[in-house]
Design a protein around this ligand. Structure first.
Ligand code: PLP
Length: 384
């Protein structure tokens, strides 16, 4: 059996400090977790608003299962498109200010489906170099010509668009970059797309629920609205549950229903999840204190780490990366924090560019000021 090669490849990964391994957490998601029976303060999760284990959501999930069963039973196009899915789509479209929305089982699948349905062989995709892996995979799958521009480099994108002769042009970008925490200049990107008759697909996985009026996301944050904008967000991060959606003009949604393979050829997510997200959406928009708490914690962390040996990247979002540099040092720092009972993941290439290994600190409204102080103090001690 050709397993020797797999063993060798994994061995090489270990030797380079790049072997990925999972840890089993034996408590629910939260800021205080237990792993192998040991207690940790965690800065790892994307549960930015602290909703993943909210009692109202868990109760809603139970009620949703009681009413709608455990599974959807089929794909959306066959017989799996149930009333809760449909109601959630309408609520999400209204919330983000788009005519229609379409639910996907995950954000990864939403990006694959949207890009593949909208562009093909004779078209061109323009992508920020720091985009999420799912957008990168999506553009390769679409078979469109791919142009990657330097991170947030509007001038380079303008020049690429100017030279394009493709009929359909699609610009794709993260709204909040997942390993850097910074924002894409969406107003400038949209203006460029207007000028060159291109679509702009915005992946707001980390902005939905966090940015904008009532957590409506990046478009609301920047005050942008245009039929050219195709909006995508996930429901497993700030929304605390699971799933994702694309919101756009009706003709775009209809095209996805007919052409997005990752929508058509997969079982619909359990309807109880849609019931739960719908309940969570009401909490997310009305409990402003969660976003206010996040902003207090972000300010506290940035102030507390201002004179540290390693520096935080410029970010105003709950993603606060601490730049360390080489892989080994980043992993060591993460492990020394871990020895002190604090979990912060080290992020290494190829997830981030060579030489920019970092600790990715993510904050949640469920953290307290004391939690953040504990991290600040530990980092100061480890810096000496
Ligand atoms: C998490 C994430 C996704 C994938 O979403 P899932 O629902 O976890 O599959 C897509 N894009 C970005 C930018 C993300 O951070």
């Amino acid at each position: 059996m050709p397993y020797a090669e797999l063993h060798r490849d994994l061995g090489e990964r270990s030797a380079r400090g790049l072997r990925r391994q999972r840890r089993v957490q034996d408590s629910p998601s939260g800021t205080h977790v237990s792993i192998d029976g040991r207690h940790f303060l965690s800065f790892c999760s994307n549960d930015y608003l602290g909703l993943a284990n909210d009692r109202r959501l868990t109760a809603s999930l139970q009620q949703g299962v009681a009413q709608w069963g455990a599974g959807a039973g089929a794909s959306h196009m066959v017989s799996g498109h149930l009333l809760p899915h449909h109601q959630l789509e309408a609520a999400l479209a209204e919330f983000v200010g788009k005519p229609e929305a379409l639910l996907f089982s995950t954000g990864y699948l939403a990006n694959l489906g949207a890009v593949q349905a909208l562009v093909g062989r004779n078209d061109e995709v323009f992508a920020d170099k720091l985009n999420h892996a799912s957008l990168n995979d999506a553009m390769l799958l679409s078979r469109a010509k791919v142009r990657r521009y330097r991170h947030n480099d509007i001038a380079q994108l303008a020049s690429l668009l100017e030279h394009s002769v493709s009929k359909r042009k699609l610009v794709i970008t993260d709204a909040v970059f997942s390993m850097d925490g910074d924002l894409a200049p969406l107003a400038e990107l949209l203006a460029l797309c207007e000028r060159h008759d291109a679509w702009l697909l915005v992946d707001d996985a980390h902005g939905f629920g966090v940015l904008g009026d009532e957590g409506r996301g990046a478009l609301s944050h920047f005050g942008l609205a245009s039929p050219r904008l195709i909006y995508m967000a996930t429901l497993g991060k700030a929304a605390g549950v699971s799933g994702a959606f694309v919101a756009a003009e009706a003709v775009v949604i209809d095209t996805l229903v007919n052409q997005a393979r990752s929508y058509i050829y997969t079982t619909a997510s359990p309807p109880a999840l849609a019931v739960t997200v719908l309940e969570g959406l009401g909490i997310l928009r009305s409990e402003h204190w969660r976003r206010e708490q996040l902003h207090r914690l972000i300010a506290q962390l940035r102030e507390g780490l201002a004179d540290l040996r390693w520096s935080l990247l410029p970010s105003s979002t709950p993603i606060q990366p601490l730049l360390v540099g080489d892989n080994q040092s980043a992993v060591e720092l993460s492990e020394r924090l871990r020895a002190r009972g604090i979990l912060v993941p080290a992020i290494r290439p190829p997830t981030v560019p060579q030489g920019t290994a970092r600790l990715r600190i993510s904050l949640s409204a469920a953290h307290t000021g004391a939690d953040v102080n504990q991290l600040i103090e530990a980092l100061h001690e480890l810096a000496h």
